[in-house]
Design a protein. Sequence first.
Length: 559
Amino acid sequence: MILRQKDIFKPLFGNQHSKSVTWTQEIAEVRHEYSHQQPVSDIDAYRALDNMARLLVLMDETAKAAEVKTLRDGLLTPTPPAGAKTQTTSSALQAWWKYAEPHEDIRKGQFDENTFAAKLDDVVRDDGSAPLEYRRADLFFKKTYLTKELKAVLADTLKRLAGTGGESVVQLRTPFGGGKTHALIALYHLVKHHADIEADDLSEILKAANLPEVPRSRVAVLVGTQLEPTGRKAEDGTQLKTLWGEMAHQLGGKDGYALVKANDASGVAPGKDTLSALLNMVKTKFGSPLILMDEVLVYQARAAGVRVEGTTLQAQTFAFLQSLTEMVAGVNGAALVTTFPESHIEYYDHNEAPAVFDRLEKIFGRVQAVRVPVQGEEIYEVIRRRLFDSIDDKQAQKVVGEYVELFEHCKDDLPIEARGADYKRKMLRAYPFHPELIDLLYEQWGTMQAFQKTRGVLRLLARVVEHGWMSGAARPLITLGDVGLEDGEMQATVTQTLGEAEWRGALASDLSAPGGRSYQLDKEQAGEYAKQRLGQTVASAVFMASHSGGRSGASPNPA
């Protein structure tokens, strides 16, 4: 049956069929041992029952899955000797998933990593290529935590469009995956689809902007990875050849394009007077112009190959961008918001990238305000909103309170920062994660180019939550030792980020079940040692804490 997996598993489990085949194979191996009267350890029986529960979850058999989980969770609980006194306590802390419910796709094992990598142009096209939670304005804002800077960007842009204040040119600047494109999508929905946003979410932004409603506006979206330097044909048949032609057509339709038609055809950048006329025409006829630019560095690196008279399209686009930033600042009600990487190597591997980066930085640096969408501990709230449907804050207080008491009891063995009120506050904000896990991923792993900062943290933690959901081995908090490195798929996710194939061997020898050394140690010790997975926990924590981008952007070699 397992060998015919494509025929049997795909209709039932779709893109999760590979996992389901692995789980079924492990169940079959344990069943084979049992049927041949070979001893089956509690650990192996636990994994078989755990896999059964996961399969039942995928089949929406939640009641049956709960029964199997009850059997599974009882396996690793040591049985006291006959006549021995047992002690129970009503204050025993429960697994984190008792009080924190992940989003449905994570609960059902159907999580798609592309959820955290939506592109602005996919959202604008609305053709189904972007996840639904990005395409629909109401869902987008429901799952978006408004950080201090993100709310400020939204409010200030609305004020600029309304003519009551705000910055004319704003630069969103973070490392790759740090929330820049997410902020542009928020602006796009706010201006374009504000009628679809739930009243509470919209009123919070309008209150910050001190406005009664979203100003009448017209938006143009220019994404450097989507636009070809050779141009494209618009839906109405208009041939668009340049960035300014694209912008004018989106803002003003055929009338707007007519103002720059000659410049678009020749490839020579329009002057300031032409751009001023365009922006003022759009403002009068359609509403305040908002221009959103994403990944311009990519477009400019490629534009160097297009010749324009005695120069290049890259050079002409530099001239256009410089004039545009000045004219947007000079037309009341006009706004330009653009993304910018921390450095060229974080965004685009191209020979032109360093020079393009420096030139763009000089152009936008003259008139722009720099904003960083996610800062400091706000990452905790971002993660909670994006990964969980509900969290019981009352129970979170109880769990954190117990940890604080434990920390006080062991204060001589812990760093001083773990014993203060500020650390308790951090733990509450991060629940159900231990803050050290998020901090390590965001601050150390986030320095690795392949990890992609906020996006990387979300992707990895979504996998961690998926792995631990309904697990009998889950703890009250998700820690560095609960990443699930014994799982093959989690190992693949981690080694892809680290970019070193050698790490697969290290993980296989130390953490993979059932052959890994830490797994075998837990199995040999049995009892509470096995129940708490102490060997695997320590090995996992050490592994996770051993990596960071460092100066070269690479993690240490396992050798």
